[in-house]
Design a protein. Structure first.
Length: 296
């Protein structure tokens, strides 16, 4: 299958592309800049530039592009977070919809922040969406796939939790303080941190491309944990103490609104639709997921 991938050199894409190629797929990378070979296609979501002819014959697309949320949010930064997702998704969806024949599926990244802060409530794909900046971004992100959906392309909207990898994301940021023995819970530690191993995330993408999934999918382990449980497990994995909490006031001072939405609150999400579809998680338990992430 010929599969177009945006964000191919990014955090998730750098793990996904080798897995797609190992599975026998032909990967076309969407890149910003001049293509270096036949396996690359240039695009510029800000200017709306993407050559549809270069994507002729594409049978599936995986969209992973988007500015990181993992640093303090200014007004400009929030605009970048939103625009980088909405503009790129709309451009790709419109371009795929214009192809003849059209690809069969578009898999689009997204996050469980779309549910907002819900305390201990168990969240499935049937749960109501929440409030807050990340929830608003999530709604707009999923809506910008509409041109592909209207054209009859099967659209899968991921709602992913914390991805376990030492190469990026939350885990990478936690490693240094924990290795120094300075790690601990964030705030009161009661907020839920739904998570997924990188290997399982890649597996879900392959599963979504190859199977008849459609609509929103919670891409998380079936065993979410609280922040306190997560940080204790990370301490065990590194053979380091996890006894120095990062107080809420310090998190708010350092990260502002980002701390409030991404660190001090959380979502207790379950992968109901993946389980119903028969997807088998390789790393459903956090201790094993962390060991795998640290050895990759």
């Amino acid at each position: 299958m010929r599969i177009a991938v945006s964000g191919a050199s990014g955090f998730v894409g750098s793990a996904l592309v080798p897995a797609l190629e190992a599975a026998g797929h032909d990967v076309v990378r969407l890149i910003r800049g001049r293509p270096g070979g036949p396996g690359e296609v240039a695009w510029d979501p800000q200017s709306g530039a993407l050559d549809a002819a270069a994507l002729a014959g594409t049978e599936a697309a995986v969209h992973l592009s988007g500015a990181t949320i993992g640093r303090r949010w200014s007004r400009n930064r929030k605009a970048e977070i939103l625009d980088s997702r909405v503009d790129s998704t709309r451009l790709l969806a419109q371009t795929l919809a214009s192809l003849e024949p059209r690809p069969s599926v578009l898999v689009c990244a997204g996050g469980i922040g779309i549910y907002g802060d819900r305390g201990d409530e168990i969240l499935t794909e049937e749960s109501e969406l929440g409030a807050g900046f990340l929830a608003d971004v999530g709604r707009a992100w999923e809506s910008s796939c509409e041109p592909a959906r209207t054209a009859g392309i099967r659209v899968v909207n991921f709602r992913a939790g914390i991805v376990l990898s030492r190469e990026g994301g939350a885990l990478k940021r936690l490693l240094t303080p924990f290795k120094l023995g300075l790690g601990g819970r964030v705030g009161n530690g009661k907020q839920w941190w739904s998570w997924i191993a990188m290997d399982d995330l890649v597996g879900v993408i392959l599963f979504a491309v190859e199977n008849d999934l459609e609509g929103p999918i919670n891409v998380v382990s079936p065993n979410p944990v609280t922040n306190s449980q997560f940080t204790r497990a990370l301490g065990r994995a590194l053979s380091r103490p996890a006894a120095l909490p990062f107080p809420s006031v310090a998190a708010r001072t350092m990260f502002g609104e980002m701390a409030e939405e991404a660190l001090l609150t959380g979502q207790r999400a379950l992968p109901a639709r993946l389980l119903d579809a028969g997807f088998g998680f390789e790393y459903p338990e956090l201790d094993a997921g962390l060991r795998r992430a640290l050895e990759r």
